[in-house]
Design a protein. Structure first.
Length: 99
């Protein structure tokens, strides 16, 4: 998968050659921790690694565009209070998070 970077306000996809391809964030993170390459993943997922220095952010000025978060529920049913509280909570968390 190509890296998505924002350069001068424009999203660019950069294809990089690789010797290993994985489809799981945990495996990709393990390989990056071992010094075997770059990963592009949500920052919140690796805050601890960044704080401990086991992973180092590179290309910080060229962050990828934001990924939308969508909550889906059946339109034909009234939204339950539990689901409404959950959706409101998630919206609050992501609107105040430093991503």
């Amino acid at each position: 998968m190509p890296l998505e970077l924002t350069v001068d306000g424009e999203t660019r996809e950069i294809a990089m050659s690789s010797r290993v391809t994985v489809n799981g964030a945990d495996t990709a993170a393990d390989l990056a921790r071992a010094g075997l390459g770059l990963i592009q993943a949500p920052r919140y997922r690796f805050e601890r690694d960044l704080a401990e220095g086991t992973l180092v952010e590179v290309l910080a000025p060229y962050r990828p565009p934001s990924t939308p978060l969508v909550a889906l529920y059946p339109q034909s049913r009234q939204l339950s209070p539990r689901v409404r509280v959950f959706v409101d909570w998630v919206a609050h968390i992501f609107s105040t998070a430093k991503l």
